[in-house]
Design a protein around this ligand. Sequence first.
Ligand code: PLP
Length: 400
Amino acid sequence: MYNQHCYEMGTAPSAIRKLFAYGLEKAKEVGKENVYDYSLGNPSIPAPDAVNESILKLIRESDSVKLHGYSMAGGIEAVRKAVSSDLTVRSGHLIRPQNVFMTCGAAPALLTVLHALCLGPDTEVIVVAPYFPEYKTFVLASGCRLVILPPDIPDFQLNMELLEQYINEKTQAIILNSPNNPAGTVYTEPTLDKLARLLYKKECEFGHPIYVISDEPYRELTYDDLYVPYVPAYYTDTIICYSYSKSLSLPGERIGYICVPDVCTDSKELMGAVAGAARIIGHVCAPTLFQQAIAMCNGVRPDLTAYNKNRLRLWHALEEMGYECARPDGAFYLFVHAPGDDSTAFSEYAKTHYNLLIVPGDSFGCPSYFRLSYCVDYDMIERSLPAFKKLIEEYRPGMK
Ligand code: PLP
């Protein structure tokens, strides 16, 4: 006997994984250079040298037993101090070590926070479309009720009128992700300003806090010097979930943190609940080696030259061909309107006729758009452009 739901979750591949697997098989048949795989969001630039140097230094100079041993559940004190001072300097708002809880990346950070906030089956958590598909899994796993706010097309900011209708006395949190996966958009200061006004109004109306869970794995991935507003500066009841997976190209190392600033309502108690939730789900003691490595790399930022080159080439080429793209200000995704509004049909056609592997927007809660991950080889982008061109010229809804 086993848990049927877990079995289904574990054996049903996601749309993205299916596409990726299809690409590997297809490459055997037609050659790797003839398959254009835009499916996975895996960083394609190496970790900065400083990261590898720190790891080597730690291995050479530290006590091996300690280096590979357990840390304190919420992280090494010196690491929390380094992370909190970096956050303080960058945001201009005081963050202290006790506001930081180290995690194995953003996924466990989110799951931990959601568990910490769940008050029972009536607890509602709003997820804004388009969203990272795992949010659904995390919200439901934490015991909360999932509420999906439809996408604000074509700017992919927040539809405040609609959001107001979705908030009620059971609303406990709203998950924001900026820069956004899959849209590549960044919430602007006016958006956050309006959001804060709305949420403060609703907090007064219902007499309890409504938390923003700000999921920020792409915080450093923006272009043209665009500033990503620091969400707690607009809305104090914000909890940050951060990851080094994308910013330092370390997705396999599983390192990130939760930050509950002092200004957040019940911040001290919330940190206690975070520690308890992490214990309950077994996500404590983030890897000691990588905690120390990232602490030594405070202030190291990724070199986005390669992503930016890909972004500009793909975005401008597709717009010239007639595709409509969401403005890709951050992350490494281009979100494109599917001709005919049915991205599943369009993606299937692209796959079978042109070996173009593009992710339909259904799993992101936005079925009329598809996602392209441009953390790929520049040459693949160049090779794929004629296929994109023929595709938009030839495709008509209903074609198979
Ligand atoms: N949140 C978003 C928006 C993501 O895109 C991802 C990973 O792709 C995660 C969270 C999970 O990141 P991590 O690797 O840190 O668990």
